[in-house]
Design a protein around this ligand. Sequence first.
Ligand code: ADP
Ligand code: ADP
Length: 227
Amino acid sequence: MIEIKHVSKWYGATQVLDDCSTRIAHGEVVVVCGPSGSGKSTLIKTVNGLEPFQKGEIIVDGISVGARDTDLPKLRARIGMVFQSFELFPHLSVTQNLVLAQVKVLGRSQGEAAARAASLLDRVGLRAHQDKFPGQLSGGQQQRVAIARALAMDPIAMLFDEPTSALDPEMVNEVLDVMVDLASEGMTMMVVTHEMGFARKVADRVIFMDVGRIVEDCTNEEFFGNL
Ligand code: ADP
Ligand code: ADP
């Protein structure tokens, strides 16, 4: 599903990814952890073309991300991404946040997009808030909207970049619970997180990064086995 082959990236003279290789199979959940500044965020953003890279190759569902002729907007539409800072459109209602890209990018009708939005808002427990604006919701609620918005595009995989790091502690679990459900339904997921309880529960594999390199890439049992 996702193949990362010998990817290196530099910002000017500073190398931030150093010969990173891994593969994520269909339905697999991979947690990426490691110290701050080790390149976790940069690595997952290369997967949907948000971060260019200078060396190596990334293939997502048979499409080469770095190739000149790749239709990046189309690829991005198929890979859901959830950021630390929600990134909802503040001037759009919750429903409109979910409808917009379905109509603009996928060409769905308003009615079809609204129906899909309603069913996803049900699923993340926010149907009652569908007409509110993001600023009227808690951080945990906003992040659940962001996940629903990504799912509305029927993604082939989901990328999460520290999805709970900006949340008050009491809201972390409501977001992780949605992610646990997604994982159990077989979604292919790559998750940058410091939530080791979550990793232990749902990760098939754990990747540990340090100074731009993948220094561990092991199964859940290998990573947590002797704790
Ligand atoms: P992590 O997600 O593990 O905290 P990042 O991928 O955000 O790490 O960052 C990896 C390294 O790249 C850090 O040293 C960071 O300072 C650097 N970096 C990130 N973005 C930029 C940028 N736009 N320009 C220069 N350096 C950057
Ligand atoms: P994240 O971990 O989500 O990437 P960061 O706080 O690391 O968030 O970075 C926020 C923004 O600043 C990003 O756009 C990143 O590319 C940029 N950035 C991070 N480190 C540097 C750096 N050393 N020099 C320039 N830009 C940076």
